[in-house]
Design a protein around this ligand. Structure first.
Ligand code: BYC
Length: 321
């Protein structure tokens, strides 16, 4: 490596070690930029694909109150996508390119959104478990080293904690309801538990990005650390609901002060990540359809922006004259 490059890298690492935030115009290694664009755009894609499984239930919510809360939650996810695409753009990425990559199957999004929402209890389980897992991961991202990503995360986390509570409250209502309602809640937990644990990504020994991302403080905790934290917090919540986590190996370990839990089906995880999950095809079709149907809105917004730019140019020309 040439000495100038080496010095730049050392200065960069020193700033990270001193907990300084890296801002868009600062020098950064190409790999740091690339990793952030990958992670932030995957995160943004997850937010907008994540609207689909819950969106399916807006028209079928069991009461007006539930419908209003679900509508607000799904709209929040769109907002999260917006902040995150905005954060990726500060790194020089073009939003249109990122979205094309998603629609062409070249970009990943969270595996969790490739599972179906079969009953109303699934909406409770998503809020409780999926948003719960998301918060666990995103709280550490409020301290990520890249300024615009960290700041977007602060707002996202506030909204996610509302989502988690509304989900848990749906579960609580079902678990305090009839036997049939409690069975629905148990069935949702059975189906969403393992996919929720998979959200944290491959185990540390198989995670290709963790080591470098920890050194650059893009990630503050490893996939396995966050997964363990999630299990430790969530199992007592299931106990309170009176439903059972579907893992015969789950037990409290007095020595470590954590729950031990069973082996995740990593074959299933990679199948879903690579496009062969229960709903991958359906999700992409719905996304592409929504994107195509929204083309006129984007064109109108672009035409409006262009008109404003031309007006500003004319006004400036008059001032100079
Ligand atoms: N699904 O080296 P690793 C939400 C990929 S949405 C699919 O550990 P990294 C919500 C990974 O990308 C919440 N792919 O990677 C929305 C990498 O692939 P490439 C979404 C996964 O990046 C609506 C490869 O596997 N949250 O809250 O160090 C409604 C190796 O992994 C997954 C975020 O996106 C997965 N689960 O760590 C409700 C958080 N896991 O690119 C809720 C931000 C891993 O090398 N992202 N892969 O081909 C992160 O914190 C990190 O990217 C991850 C993975 C922890 C997910």
């Amino acid at each position: 490596m040439d000495p100038k490059q080496k010095a730049l890298l050392e200065q960069f690492q020193a700033r990270i070690d001193a907990e300084e935030k890296i801002e868009p115009k600062d020098w950064m290694p190409d790999e740091y930029r690339k990793t952030l664009i990958r992670q932030i755009s995957q995160h943004a894609h997850s937010e907008i694909v994540g609207m689909l499984p819950e969106g399916n239930w807006i028209g079928r919510a069991p009461s007006l109150r539930r419908k209003v809360a679900l509508l607000a939650k799904v709209q929040d996810e769109a907002g999260h996508g917006l902040y995150l695409y905005g954060a990726a753009e500060t790194l020089g990425a073009e939003r249109e390119d990122l979205i094309d990559e998603l629609h062409e199957g070249k970009a990943k999004y969270s595996s969790i959104f490739n599972y179906p929402t079969l009953s109303w209890a699934d909406i409770g389980a998503i809020g409780w478990l999926v948003d719960g897992a998301a918060i666990m991961n995103q709280v550490m991202l409020t301290r990520t080293s890249y300024g615009p990503y960290a700041r977007a995360m602060v707002r996202i986390c506030k909204e996610e904690s509302f989502h988690q509570r509304q989900g848990y409250e749906i579960m609580l209502t079902l678990c305090r309801g009839t036997e049939a309602q409690k069975r629905m809640a148990q069935d949702a937990l059975n189906r969403w538990w393992w996919p929720s644990l998979m959200m944290f990504g491959p185990s540390d020994k198989d995670s290709k990005h963790t080591e470098q991302s920890m050194q650059w403080k893009i990630k503050r905790k490893t996939n396995d650390e966050l997964r363990q934290q999630f299990v430790d917090v969530t199992v007592p919540q299931a106990d309170f609901l009176g439903i059972t986590v579907p893992d015969p190996d789950l037990k409290w370990n007095e020595v470590t002060g954590h729950y031990d839990f069973g082996e995740i089906d990593w074959d299933e995880f990679w199948r879903v990540v690579k496009g062969d999950g229960p709903c991958n095809e359906q999700r992409m079709k719905a996304r592409i359809k929504a994107h195509e149907e929204g083309a006129w809105v984007r064109e109108a917004a672009m035409a409006y922006a262009e008109k404003r730019r031309q007006r500003k140019e004319r006004e400036e020309a008059v001032q100079v004259a």
